[in-house]
Design a binder for this molecule. Structure first.
Ligand code: NIG
Ligand code: FE
Length: 398
């Protein structure tokens, strides 16, 4: 086996018991499942993923014998809040003793984040990216949103940009305490000077449109301001109660509406007839002991569904995508194959990426070799560390 950090011009994984390609033209179902497969990655890109019998001739400088184990695409975690300081373990314990989750807890992380140095913020992101690699994540999105001042939002985005490839400006996470009686002034700051400073560091703009955060009119105004500055919209929608977030996402062509816990028929119809992905975050409902979104209803209506970890110190302090998939299968009525697709190709679609989330030729060589004969074990054996090795662009990262 190649040691972590090893760079090879090409790597061949042979003797794969189950290879998940997410290419329905080479294998079974939407996940393109190939039995007795082989995978060839050269110069960071997938050259071949399919049956061993079709492997193109030629040598690879790195060869791995999977010995019948399963290989899947690296997970694409399209929703994370990794730039923060401190934790909220006591808040979690209080919740498990009966307290309700509210957006108000965010304020304590804002205080800790503002007090952290630039290096501490960057280390927080790096630590969580490393942690996520242990369970197979190879692409990350990271939001700001715990700075909530111009300087602290810029610092948070800079920390994120050092370690992740998809960076999102979430100055509109909540109204910070220093603006609690000046909400309009805060919206003006987010859509004005803060946006001016943050737009060059980010690709995406996000708003928490919910009870205790921003209403529909404010969310629309903030997202439109971001779009006018060249950022692409995504939104925290319908997490704590039913609201206008999902409809705003579709109206503005957002890549993703995230949470989607409280949806009515009109929301589901709007999502199904749009390019907006519904990103479900099972870790959040798990850790806030809230009702799960009805993934089955969305899938049956034709909505594109992603699963992400929503790693943050308040509502979902996990980086573990297989854990989130297991919840989605057990409690949100997704099949194991749907959950795997949603955590790979679904996450890529939520980020409008075509180069990750699958193993079709031309994809970035991001893949995970499991310590299991089947991808089913990811959800069938919850909590068990089944990731043997992880490759990103053809290089072993763990
Ligand atoms: O996605 N919903 C808003 N933001 C985060 C939680 C933030 C927090 O509680 O610190 C989320 O769940
Ligand atoms: Fe979030």
């Amino acid at each position: 086996m190649l040691a972590p950090g090893t760079r090879t011009g090409s790597v061949l994984v042979d003797n794969i018991g189950e290879l998940v390609t997410n290419d329905p033209t080479v294998g079974e179902g939407a996940i393109g499942l190939v039995r007795d497969g082989a995978l060839l990655v050269r110069d960071g890109e997938v050259i071949y993923a399919g049956p061993r019998s079709g492997l193109p001739a030629g040598e690879a400088n790195g060869r791995i014998d999977a010995a019948g184990a399963a290989v899947i695409p690296g997970f694409v975690d399209s929703h994370g809040h990794l730039a923060f300081a401190g934790d909220r373990a006591a808040e979690f314990a209080a919740r498990m003793a009966g307290e309700h989750y509210t957006a108000g807890g965010i304020a304590s992380t804002v205080t800790a984040t503002r007090a952290a140095s630039d290096d501490q913020l960057a280390s927080s992101v790096a630590r969580l990216v490393r942690e996520a690699a242990l369970s197979g994540t190879t692409t990350h999105e990271c939001k700001s949103g715990y700075g909530l001042s111009l300087a602290d939002e810029v610092r948070s985005l800079q920390a994120a940009a050092k370690h992740v490839e998809e960076v999102t400006f979430l100055g509109a996470h909540v109204v910070p305490e220093d603006y609690s009686d000046k909400v309009d002034d805060y919206v003006a700051l987010v859509t004005g000077p803060m946006l001016d400073a943050c737009a060059p560091i980010a690709t995406w703009i996000d708003v928490f449109c919910d009870r205790g955060a921003f209403d529909g009119d404010q969310a629309r105004e903030i997202l439109r301001a971001g779009i006018a500055r060249g950022l692409k919209p995504r939104i925290h929608a319908n997490q704590l109660q039913h609201g206008p977030g999902v409809q705003i996402a579709v109206e503005l062509g957002a890549a993703s509406a995230d949470h989607c816990t409280h949806l009515d028929d009109a929301d589901i119809e709007a999502l199904a007839s749009s390019d907006t992905v519904a990103t479900l975050l099972p870790g959040a409902e798990f850790s806030t002991r809230a009702q799960y979104p009805d993934a089955r209803r969305m899938l049956d209506a034709g909505v594109t569904v992603a699963i992400a970890a929503d790693c943050n110190p308040g509502s979902s302090y996990t980086t573990n995508i297989p854990f989130c998939m297991a919840i989605a299968v057990r409690d949100m009525r997704m099949t194991p194959a749907e959950a795997l697709w949603s955590a790979t190709e679904g996450g890529a679609r939520a980020l409008r990426r075509t180069d990750v989330g699958h193993l079709r030729p031309g994809a970035r060589g991001d893949f995970v070799l499991l310590d299991a004969p089947s991808y089913l074990h990811l959800t069938y054996r919850p909590g068990v560390p089944l990731v043997r090795s992880v490759f990103r662009a053809g290089a072993r990262v763990r």
